[in-house]
Ligand binder design. Structure first.
Ligand code: NAD
Length: 292
C-alpha cells in the first residue's frame, strides 16, 4: 500500500520503519527536520507538508503529541487532500471528544477513520509489538486492521469512534493507580519489618497481585527486570503517565463519573512531575513515599 505517515518522533519513527519492512511505500511528514532525516535514511519518501505526503495514498497514519495537533493536521491538511476512500489511522493518545469529532468530519468527507492508540513504548514501536485498541465503524476497522497488524502484536476492535481512546485512558488510569498502591504496599511492608522479596513472594501469589508488582516491580532487585533495576530510566515516562491521567480526569468530568482514586493518582503524579521527574520512569514515584 501507499501510506502517508505524519509524526515520526520517538514512537512514529519505529512504526513507519515497520511499515517499510512489511513492503509498504511510506510518504513521511514531520515538522522536525531531524525526524524527517531519520525517516529518509530508513527508506521513507519525505515531504514538506502533510498535504503533499497525502497525495495518492491508500492510508494515512499519524502519531502526534495531542488532540489539538491531530485536529489541525486532519482538518487542515489531510481531509480533502488524501484520495476519497482512503483510511485514516490516528495512533496518538488524545481526548475522546476530539477523536470522535475528527472521525465524524472525516467520514462526512468520504473517508474511513479509526482512533488506534497503543499500549507499549518506544521499544515495542521499534520491535513491531505494539497493542492497538481501535475505535471506529466495522468498515473503518476492516480497512485499518491489516496496516495495524504490520506494526503490532495485537489489534483489538473496541467499538465506535473514540472507544480506542476510552480504552487507553481507562487502562492507564488503572495502571497509575495500581502502581501507586503497589509502591505504598512495599514501603509499608518494609516499615513493618517485612523483607521486600518475601512480601513479593507472598503478594505475587495472593489477592494483591497486579501487573505493577509482578511485571514491573517498582523496587530494584525484586521481581523480573524492570526500569527500577536501571535507576528508573527507560520504560514509561512520568510525563506521559501524567498526560494520560489528565485525559482520564477530563473525560470523567465530562461524563459526570466519580474517579476518586484516579483523581488522587493524578495529584501524586502532578507533584512528582513538577519536582523535575517528568523524564523518569513512572515507577520511580516509590522514592517520594515516606519511609518509616
Ligand atoms: P514525540 O514528541 O517523540 O513525537 C511526536 C512527533 O510529532 C514529533 O516528531 C513532532 O515533531 C511531530 N509533530 C508535532 N506537531 C506536528 C505537526 N503539526 N505536523 C507533523 N508533525 C508534527 O512523541 P512520541 O513519544 O512519539 O508520542 C507520540 C504519541 O504517542 C503521543 O500521543 C503519546 O502520548 C503516544 N504514546 C507514546 C508512548 C511513548 O512511550 N513514547 C507510548 C504510548 C503512546
Amino acid at each position: 500500500m501507499k501510506i502517508a505517515f505524519i509524526g515520526l518522533g520517538n514512537m512514529g519513527g519505529g512504526m513507519a520503519a515497520n511499515l517499510l519492512k512489511a513492503g509498504h511505500g511510506v510518504r513521511a511528514f514531520d515538522l522536525s527536520e531531524e525526524a524527517l532525516a531519520t525517516a529518509k535514511a530508513n527508506g521513507c519518501e519525505t515531504f514538506t507538508s502533510a498535504s503533499r505526503a497525502c497525495q495518492g495514498v491508500d492510508a494515512v497514519v499519524s502519531m502526534l503529541p495531542n488532540g489539538e495537533v491531530v485536529k489541525s493536521v486532519y482538518t487542515g491538511d489531510v481531509i480533502g487532500e488524501a484520495p476519497e476512500g482512503a483510511v485514516f489511522l490516528d495512533c496518538s493518545t488524545i481526548d475522546v471528544a476530539t477523536a470522535r469529532e475528527v472521525a465524524e468530519v472525516a467520514e462526512a468527507a468520504g473517508y474511513a477513520m479509526v482512533d488506534a492508540p497503543v499500549s507499549g513504548g518506544i521499544a515495542a514501536a521499534v520491535a513491531g509489538t505494539l497493542t492497538f485498541m481501535v475505535g471506529g465503524s466495522e468498515n473503518a476497522f476492516s480497512k485499518a486492521e491489516p496496516v495495524l497488524q504490520d506494526m503490532g502484536k495485537a489489534v483489538i476492535h473496541a467499538g465506535q469512534a473514540g472507544n480506542g481512546q476510552a480504552a487507553k485512558i481507562c487502562n492507564n488510569m488503572l495502571l497509575g493507580t495500581h502502581m501507586v498502591g503497589t509502591c505504598e504496599a512495599f514501603i509499608l511492608a518494609q516499615s513493618l519489618g517485612l523483607d521486600p522479596q518475601l512480601f513479593y513472594d507472598i503478594s505475587s501469589v495472593s489477592s494483591g497481585q497486579c501487573w505493577s508488582m509482578t511485571s514491573y516491580c517498582p523496587l530494584p532487585g525484586v521481581g523480573p527486570k524492570s526500569p527500577a533495576d536501571n535507576d528508573y530510566r527507560g520504560g514509561f515516562a512520568t510525563g506521559l503517565m501524567l498526560k494520560d491521567l489528565k485525559l482520564a480526569m477530563e473525560a470523567a468530568q465530562k461524563a459526570g463519573v466519580d474517579t476518586p482514586m484516579g483523581s488522587r493518582t493524578r495529584e501524586l503524579y502532578e507533584a512528582f512531575d513538577s519536582a523535575g521527574n517528568g523524564g523518569r520512569d513512572f515507577s520511580a514515584i516509590i522514592q517520594t513515599l515516606k519511609q518509616g
